[in-house]
Write a protein that binds this ligand. Structure first.
Ligand SMILES: Nc1ncnc2c1ncn2[C@@H]1O[C@H](COP(=O)(O)OP(=O)(O)OP(=O)(O)O)[C@@H](O)[C@H]1O
Ligand SMILES: [Mg+2]
Length: 273
């Protein structure tokens, strides 16, 4: 298996490639460094030496076959699980090691049904924030995800896409330095998915948080990410830069070409190239 690190894509035609694709890193954004990261569950070696540096503010998509270790990698990034080998470190803007404010959104919104939409978002602020200020911050971030008018509503009365926007608002309200997303749009219909992708792209550009998106949708990965990583047999099989400015247009042929290359990498053929 070939390991390609930081491969650059040179577009055959200068379509929409007019400026740097990376947005300015936000104030609390953290860089992530994984060195020889290993994770085994008994005899099952899931992650087999992952070396990866993610600069602060970068948007990385992680793709790969079911069971290849994507969620395991995210859990370790979030501190929800311990690696069995190697190291993980986070650096702030000045290069010093920090404990970042990291938040995760899952495929299911996991809202608390006995709390209003606004109070579900307040939960994301954690303890110790004065109630009125917490409500104001929740309202502001709900406006951001276009749900301001649903602040007093019960989660049960929202659509699936609206619930997932509340889950995103809950993750964003504390202005995280790292945002981890584990197939957050996987349960949504195609149209809702596209509008959620646009929303994710916009909030990422505004907040400038380091973002790691696990997705099984290769098109979603190339439309949203600065860089797409393919995991295979516990290692990085491909690390592909997507050097196009945001927001990106659907139907861009250069993106379609990158999508094809990524699909070939996942499916294990060279795609005829
Ligand atoms: N808590 C656990 N205990 C034992 N094995 C686990 C545990 N969590 C994950 N695994 C194993 O680790 C491997 C990777 O699982 P993981 O959930 O990371 O895959 P994934 O790439 O996210 O898959 P999917 O695309 O289906 O979500 C699988 O073989 C799984 O069985
Ligand atoms: Mg998973």
């Amino acid at each position: 298996m070939t390991v390609i690190t930081h491969e650059r894509f040179h577009p055959s035609e200068p379509v929409e490639f007019t400026e740097s694709p990376t947005v300015a890193a936000g104030a609390g954004a953290a860089a992530i460094t994984l060195s020889g990261l290993e994770k085994s569950f008994d005899a099952n070696r899931v992650l087999r030496g992952i070396n990866l540096h993610i600069p602060a503010g970068q948007f990385v998509a992680v793709i790969g076959k079911s069971g290849c270790g994507k969620s395991t990698l995210l859990r370790i990034l979030m501190g929800l699980d311990e690696p069995t080998g190697g190291e993980i470190s986070f650096e702030g803007a000045d290069g010093a090691e920090i404990q970042p404010n990291a938040r995760i959104v899952f495929q299911e919104p996991r809202l608390l049904p006995w709390l209003s939409v606004a109070d579900n978002v307040v939960v994301g602020l954690g303890e110790g924030v004065e109630k009125r200020r917490a409500r104001e911050e929740a309202k502001a971030v709900l406006d951001e995800v276009q749900l301001g008018e649903k602040a007093g509503e019960w989660p049960a009365r929202l659509s699936g896409g609206q619930r997932q926007r509340v889950a995103l608002a809950r993750a964003l309200v504390s202005k995280p330095g790292i945002l981890a997303l584990d197939e957050p749009l996987g349960a949504l219909d195609a149209l809702t998915r596209i509008s959620m992708q646009q929303l994710l792209n916009r909030v990422w550009r505004e907040l400038g948080c380091t973002t790691v998106l696990v997705t099984h949708d290769v098109s979603e990965a190339v439309h949203l990410a600065d860089r797409v990583i393919v995991l295979e047999e516990g290692r990085i099989a491909l690390d592909l830069a997507i050097p196009y400015p945001h927001p990106r247009r659907h139907g861009n042929p250069a993106l379609a070409e990158l999508e094809g290359r990524l699909l070939s990498a996942i499916l294990g053929s060279d795609g005829g190239h």
